[in-house]
Ligand binder design. Structure first.
Ligand SMILES: Nc1ncnc2c1ncn2[C@@H]1O[C@H](COP(=O)(O)OP(=O)(O)O)[C@@H](O)[C@H]1O
Ligand SMILES: [Mg+2]
Length: 360
C-alpha cells in the first residue's frame, strides 16, 4: 500500500514538508544532520504511532513547538487514494485520522501501512534480547491474523492482573479462575506465532543463504514455556516459583525466534556487516512472505543504505528491492551510493537543514 504524498510538520528539524512520492523508489539524499533519518522516522511514526529512535514524543516534536503532524495519502487495493494522518502533542496524546475520520485507532493505521525498517542499529534484532525478535514475529502475525492484536492486548492485561494477584494469593485456587482465560489466550497466541514462523522460515533461511552463502543459518521458534505442557498445567505447577518472584516468569511474554549460524549464536559468528546483511535478509523475507500470503505489499524504509555494506552486497540488496516492486525509501549521503537502484520509477529528494526539495 504505497504512499503517494507525505506532509510532515514540526517533526525534529523539519518545519514543514509536502512531497509527492514515487510508488517505487524514493531517494533521500543529504549531508549528516540534514534530516534524512527524520523523514524515515516520520513515515515510521505514521505506520507505528511512535518513533524507532525515541520512545519520548517530546524528543521528536520540533523544539519550541507543541505538537507534530504527519499526514499522507496511500493507495488502497482498489487504487483509490486514502488520506491518513497522525498528530502528537507534547503531553503524549495522539489523534489518528483515516479517510477523513478522526478518532481512529493506531492499530488501524498500522494495518494499512505495513512497514519494514532497515537501519544501522537494526541488528539489535539479532544481538539483543528476545523482545526484538518477538516483535519481529508479532509484526507478521499482526498483519496476517485479524484476531491477534486484541488477543495479545487481553493477554497482557490479564497477565498484569495475575501478577498483582500473585502478591496477595494464599493458595493457587485464588488464581485458577483467572488462569483459565489466560491459558486459553496463551495457547491461541502460541499457535498463531508457531504457524507464522513455520510458514515464513523456509523463505527466511533461503534469503539468508542468498545474502550470506558461506553460513548455514537456522531459525527456530521458542514459545516461552516448556514444550508439550499445556499452559494451564504449567501455571499451576509453577505457582510457588511465580509467587516468590512476584510475577509470572514464563509464557508467551518470553517467546523468541532463536537463530543459529553454523550451530552457534549469531553474535559469536557474524561481523557487524554480516549482521546487517542478515537483518536485511530477515526483513525482506518477512515482507515477501506477507505479500505472498495476503497480497499486501509493505513499504521498505532503508536508512543509511551504504553503511557497512560493500559494493557487491549493496548491489545484491538493490537488485532484490527492485524486483519486489514495493515502495522503497532509501536515505544516503551521496547520490552515487544509490546509483545501483536508480531506475525509471524513482524520485530523488535533496535534504538540507530540514528542507526537502525534489531533485534530479
Ligand atoms: N526535536 C528536535 N527539534 C529540532 N531539531 C531536532 C530535534 N531532534 C533532532 N533535531 C535535529 O535534527 C537534525 C536531523 O537529524 P537526522 O534526521 O538524524 O539527520 P541525518 O539522518 O540527515 O543525518 C539533527 O541536526 C538534530 O540535531
Ligand atoms: Mg541519519
Amino acid at each position: 500500500m504505497p504512499l503517494t504524498r507525505l506532509i510532515v510538520q514540526q517533526f525534529r528539524n523539519i518545519k514543514a514538508c509536502d512531497i509527492e512520492l514515487s510508488t517505487g523508489f524514493n531517494f533521500i539524499i543529504g549531508p549528516n544532520g540534514s534530516g534524512k533519518t527524520s523523514v524515515l522516522e516520520a513515515i515510521y511514526l505514521l505506520g507505528h504511532g511512535r518513533s524507532f529512535k525515541s520512545s519520548l514524543t517530546g524528543r521528536v516534536i520540533q523544539n519550541d513547538c507543541q505538537d507534530l503532524f504527519v499526514h499522507g495519502r496511500f493507495l488502497n487495493s482498489d487504487q483509490f487514494e486514502i488520506p491518513v494522518g497522525i498528530n502528537k502533542q507534547r503531553d503524549g496524546s495522539t489523534e489518528v485520522k483515516i479517510g477523513g475520520q478522526s478518532g481512529q485507532k493506531l492499530a488501524q493505521l498500522a494495518k494499512v501501512l505495513p512497514l519494514q525498517l532497515i537501519h544501522p542499529e537494526g541488528f539489535e534484532l539479532l544481538t539483543d534480547g528476545p523482545k526484538f525478535r518477538r516483535a519481529f514475529i508479532d509484526w507478521g502475525v499482526f498483519h496476517s491474523e485479524p484476531g491477534f492484536h486484541e488477543a495479545w492486548g487481553r493477554f497482557k492485561r490479564l497477565s498484569k492482573q495475575r501478577n498483582a494477584l500473585l502478591k496477595t494469593a494464599t493458595s493457587y485456587r485464588e488464581l485458577s479462575y483467572w488462569d483459565r482465560d489466560l491459558a486459553q489466550l496463551a495457547e491461541q497466541i502460541d499457535n498463531w506465532r508457531r504457524c507464522y514462523v513455520e510458514q515464513m522460515q523456509p523463505l527466511a533461511e533461503e534469503m539468508c543463504l542468498s545474502f550470506l552463502p558461506e553460513f548455514e543459518i537456522k531459525l527456530g521458534y521458542y514459545r516461552g514455556w516448556e514444550k508439550d505442557t499445556p499452559y494451564a498445567e504449567f501455571l499451576e505447577r509453577n505457582f510457588e516459583r511465580d509467587q516468590s518472584l512476584g510475577y509470572t516468569f514464563s509464557g508467551p511474554n518470553k517467546a523468541d525466534l532463536r537463530i543459529k549460524v553454523n550451530n552457534t549464536p549469531v553474535e559469536d559468528v557474524l561481523s557487524r556487516g554480516q549482521l546487517k546483511l542478515m537483518m536485511c535478509a530477515l526483513r525482506l523475507a518477512q515482507g515477501q512472505h506477507l505479500a505472498e500470503l495476503t497480497g499486501k505489499q509493505c513499504i521498505y524504509l532503508i536508512d543509511d543504505f551504504a553503511s557497512e555494506l560493500d559494493s557487491l552486497r549493496r548491489k545484491r540488496l538493490a537488485d532484490y528491492l527492485k524486483q519486489t516492486k514495493a515502495q522503497v525509501f532509501v536515505s544516503s549521503i551521496t547520490q552515487s551510493q544509490v546509483a545501483d537502484m536508480i531506475g525509471e520509477n524513482g524520485k530523488m529528494f535533496h535534504v538540507e537543514h530540514g528542507t526537502i526539495e525534489p531533485g534530479k
